[in-house]
Design a protein around this ligand. Sequence first.
Ligand code: KIV
Length: 263
Amino acid sequence: MSKKLTISAIKKSKGQKPLVMITAYDALFARLLSDSADMLLVGDSLNMSFAGKSDTISTTLEQMIYHTNAVCAGAPNTFVIADMPFGTYINKESALENSIKMFQETQADCVKIEGGEDKAEIVKYLTSNGIAVCGHIGLLPQSVRSEGGYKVKGKTDEEAVQLIEDAKAIEKAGAFCMVIEGVKAEVAKVVAQNVSIPVIGIGAGKDVDGQVLVFSDMLGLFEAFTPKFVKKYIDGASLVREAVSTYADEVQSKEFPKEEHTY
Ligand code: KIV
């Protein structure tokens, strides 16, 4: 992507073309992924795939700022979304203080916060103070412990109605787009139809306004578990193991380094 998308271009894309979002955690991959992605998400999922933790709960604001800076450096012409970690937006004052820190210490284009109707007041406070917000509704990874696991949403009429209310509340509060995660496809479709901002799905079927995947999942690098919604576009783990095993063989047999690698 040569030109960074603006918030108004992202909003206008609804109904025109599906948006491509991928997570990125470092400059090296940000650069590679930005060739094809409309938006890079510095997701707090990095706490699992990169930091090796079992969930996203222990991610810190400092960690997110460090990784957001790396991603912005690697992909300066791509729209970057920075996840606000667990506990950094428990009320509107702390949300604003922490989002300002994110904005002042990185080049992030917006922050992402998890929650629906219950977080609308916070989203409104952020957007009215110059912080662009991407919402995140449906399955909320930061609620994994309080919910006792990752639960697909939209399975009952009550849940479906609540999801539509969540999306409307987030839009009304000023969010310019939102992620919808782990939701029955037919419900996600109705949610997307009920708001005029893009709804980007992950595990929410195809009838939404774009898709997001965790890059280490879609490249087959993350092996701990594979959710049903993940498509592995390459078997990255096997490719890496194969390459490193060949390197090890060549070091041991002294086949590497050759003349061309030697000063
Ligand atoms: O942290 C993350 O990677 C996310 C995606 C799952 C949307 O929030």
